[in-house]
Design a protein around this ligand. Structure first.
Ligand code: CTP
Ligand code: MG
Length: 607
């Protein structure tokens, strides 16, 4: 049976909010009967095993000395075979049931985590390392699987084996039975003491494992930077340092384990010797028959075995529980609600935007936008200009509610932004992010991604043409079916930017945001994109972030930012008249352009 994601996702919602055991129980939904069945199966197998020893005692004491010995032997033999079959069958059955339950739970948990993680806020992703998330979805989920498939059932098996053997022993001789389990409380107390230590050591180890996978993930993603700066050695040292730390923590974990094992072996070994001795004494004094003594010593072995393993399993279960807690911590993170807000939603936004004293901070008391006010009429083009880190990206991120502003008001078509559901805003607003990202799929699929359904080829090509990338794509041997990335063509920075632009244009958003989206495109191509946008946009409010004055000077409103403050606003002509950053930047850029022109001219003359 394979898990069916949709229905199961809902039932897992509260896994993280409840106690550890309740969460585990919830995870087993739909598999509980099979799981309990697997434990019962182990119990029956354990009973079968204990019965073998009782039968052995009966055979020696009663059958061997009986007059119709020959007639009884086949029956006893049949009994032995029957018990062996019962044991084998039920061990197999419970093994498969538990193993499958473990797989189902792991699949379910991975699906849920994947779905959950992509619904968490931008804030969560800002502060979480990708590598650590990957490690939790893989390694921790696997530890939970092992817990369910092996350790928890082992625990059940051990308890039933212990009880069955103890009962068998008790039938044999009550006093002897009690004398044979003196070590149980000591072993349990010791396991609990070690459980705590090993849990802590394992958590340390898993945390470091997460750090290591984050380092690995980052180094691999940034491998070109590493090579470009010839920093392989530095990165190697960084990796070795973290890897050594993981080794150290793994060693500590192992030390705890390896202290525990011999200690528990000594205790159970002493118990065994004590049992042999007492049993022998009782047999010598005639309290116990020889057959019973033989049954006793074999039963004792199978009574000590679960006691010895109980400790191990308790200690090993700590891993599954720690991993489950680590996973639950992600599950407990609040999702970003997509459907909140109560505004009545028009088909399309008009695009009138009012910022009233808006401030925003990512971290408390570290404002990145301070007291911003401006007014955009529907259909206007707004340009944002400012040095790096001045808050331009942060400002436009507020519009699709990637983040919510801290104070002030933003009104979109007269309604406060926080009253719009996030999903609606993200459908209406098209944003071309500053860092272009494409999936390793075909160009067509990448473009279509923004609309999420089949679209006419003509529309795709028109959007690509507006972003001045249609001809580029046709230049690839497979055209729009070319796969982007590792298995296909590697796109240049400018090509990537233009494809991400086309992706957003295809969506025909009612409000468009271009965050430095043509920075890697040459001036000529940029001009043609601008012309196409102007043609196509016709009356759609557009935000453009750019560093080149040329890209912003035709805007209806230019906003100039400096260190999170809006320092100037107006049209190109108005801003040129003011003494301020805009004129400075304009002068510098035109001066540079003139210099370049002069140099080109003199180089041409010299030829
Ligand atoms: N910042 C932050 N957390 C983020 C993003 C940004 O604390 N998740 C901070 C940055 O460190 C910076 C400030 O917010 O100090 C403004 O960043 P941003 O809006 O990205 O600046 P831009 O004006 O867009 O800079 P650039 O031109 O380089 O894109
Ligand atoms: Mg930016």
């Amino acid at each position: 049976m394979s898990a069916q994601p949709g229905s199961e996702l809902i039932s897992l919602k509260q896994v993280g909010a409840e106690s550890l055991w309740k969460g585990m129980w919830r995870l087993l939904e739909g598999r509980r009967l099979a799981y309990v069945g697997s434990m019962l199966g182990l119990g029956i197998a354990a009973l079968g095993r204990s019965s073998v020893y009782l039968l052995l005692g009966f055979f020696i004491d009663d059958v061997l000395s009986s007059p119709d010995f020959a007639a009884q032997v086949p029956l006893v033999a049949l009994g032995f075979i029957g018990l062996a079959v019962v044991q084998g069958f039920f061990t197999y059955l419970s093994g498969t049931l538990a193993g499958r339950t473990g797989e189902v739970v792991a699949e379910r948990l991975r699906n849920y985590l994947y779905d959950h993680i992509q619904r968490l806020s931008f804030n969560f992703h800002d502060r979480t390392k990708t590598g650590e998330l990957i490690q939790k979805v893989t390694s921790d989920v696997d530890a939970v699987r092992r817990f369910i498939a092996q350790e928890a059932t082992q625990f059940g098996r051990i308890v039933t084996l212990f009880l069955a053997n103890f009962a068998a022993l008790f039938l044999l001789d009550g006093e002897l039975a009690w004398l044979s389990v003196i070590c149980v409380p000591i072993t349990i107390l010791m396991s609990i003491w070690f459980f705590k230590r090993i849990s802590d050591a394992y958590e340390d180890f898993q945390n470091q494992d997460g750090v290591l996978s984050a380092v690995l993930q980052e180094n691999l993603s940034g491998v070109r930077v590493v090579k470009a700066f010839a920093r392989q050695e530095y990165e190697q040292n960084k990796f070795e340092k973290e890897n050594y730390e993981k080794y150290e923590r793994g060693r500590k974990l192992l030390i705890w384990h390896s202290t525990f094992w011999p200690l528990s072996d000594i205790i159970t070994g002493a118990q065994m010797l004590f049992g042999y001795y007492i049993g022998a004494q009782m047999t010598i004094s005639g309290q116990l028959s020889t057959g019973d003594y033989l049954s006793y010593i074999t039963l004792l072995v199978w009574l000590i075995w679960p006691i010895r393993n109980l400790g191990r399993v308790i200690v090993e279960m700590s891993r599954g529980l720690v991993s489950f807690e680590r996973v639950s911590r992600i599950i407990r993170e609040e999702r970003e609600p997509l459907e909140d807000g109560q505004a009545s939603l028009p088909e399309r936004l008009k695009g009138e935007l009012v910022f009233e004293n808006v401030s925003f901070e990512y971290e408390p008391n570290m404002p990145v936008l301070k007291d911003i006010s401006f007014h955009v009429q529907p259909g206007q083009t707004v340009a944002l200009l400012g040095s790096t880190g001045s808050g331009k990206t942060s400002l436009v991120s507020l519009l699709p509610r990637f983040y919510d502003y801290t104070s002030g008001r933003i009104l979109l078509d007269g309604v406060e932004l926080k009253d719009y559901p996030r999903r609606y805003l993200r459908e209406q607003i098209g944003i071309v992010l500053q860092e272009p990202f494409l999936f390793s799929r075909t160009i067509r699929e990448n473009l279509r991604y923004s609309v999420g359904r089949e679209v006419d080829n003509a529309d795709i090509e028109a959007a690509a043409a507006d972003a001045a990338v249609h001809d580029v794509v046709l230049g690839f041997p497979k055209g729009y079916e070319t796969i982007v990335g590792e298995k296909g063509v590697t796109l240049s920075g400018g090509q990537k930017q233009r494809i991400t632009l086309a992706r957003t244009l295809l969506k025909k958003p009612s409000l468009l945001i271009l965050d430095d989206s043509t920075s890697a495109v040459d001036t000529e191509t940029e001009a043609s994109i601008r012309a196409a946008l102007k043609r196509q946009l016709g009356g759609r409010t557009t935000f453009i972030i750019a560093h080149r004055i040329q890209s912003v000077m035709s805007a209806d409103l230019i906003l100039v930012f400096d260190k999170g403050r809006l320092v100037q606003q107006g049209t190109h002509a108005q801003l040129l008249e003011q003494d301020g950053i805009y004129r400075e930047v304009f002068n510098i850029q035109t001066m540079i352009e003139h210099e370049v022109e002069r140099e080109v001219a003199s180089a041409n003359q010299g030829q």
